[in-house]
Design a protein around this ligand. Structure first.
Ligand SMILES: [Zn+2]
Length: 129
C-alpha cells in the first residue's frame, strides 16, 4: 500500500478518496479528520460533564446525610462534621484541619477521630474516598 499512497500524493486526482459525488475534492479527507477530532472533543466534554455531575450528586447526598457539626478534637474549631453514609457507617471529618475517622456509630466515629489526633490525616487527600 506504501506504493499506492506515494502514487496518490503525486497524482491526487487518481485517488478515489478525493472524489465526492463525481467532483474532485482533495480537502475532504482533511475535513473528515477535523470532524472526527471535533467529535472526540465533544465526547471528552460529555465525559467530563458526567464526572462533574457524579461529584455533585455525591456532594448533595453527603449534605443530606449530615448528622452533626461539633468541635474538632484536633483543631478545636466547630468544623467537625459527622455524616451517616449508610446504616452502619458514620464518618467524621473536620472541614478545617482535615482529620477524619469512621465507625459503626456516631460515637465510634468520634472516638476514631479523637484517636487520630496528631497523625496528620486529611480526608481531602482522598485517603477515605
Ligand atoms: Zn479540625
Amino acid at each position: 500500500m506504501g506504493e499506492w499512497s506515494e502514487y496518490f500524493e503525486d497524482f491526487p486526482e487518481e485517488n478515489p478518496d478525493n472524489w465526492v459525488n463525481g467532483q474532485f475534492n482533495p480537502c475532504l479527507p482533511a475535513q473528515l479528520n477535523k470532524a472526527s477530532a471535533q467529535q472526540a472533543d465533544a465526547s471528552l466534554v460529555a465525559h467530563q460533564l458526567k464526572l462533574i455531575m457524579n461529584a455533585y450528586a455525591k456532594l448533595e447526598q453527603k449534605a443530606k446525610s449530615l448528622v452533626a457539626t461539633e468541635d474538632c478534637p484536633q483543631c478545636g474549631l466547630t468544623e467537625l462534621k459527622t455524616y451517616q453514609l449508610n446504616a452502619t457507617l458514620y464518618l467524621c471529618e473536620c472541614q478545617d484541619c482535615g482529620i477524619y475517622g469512621a465507625g459503626q456509630t456516631h460515637e465510634e466515629a468520634l472516638a476514631k477521630t479523637a484517636g487520630a489526633v496528631g497523625e496528620g490525616l486529611d480526608w481531602r487527600d482522598g485517603a477515605f474516598y
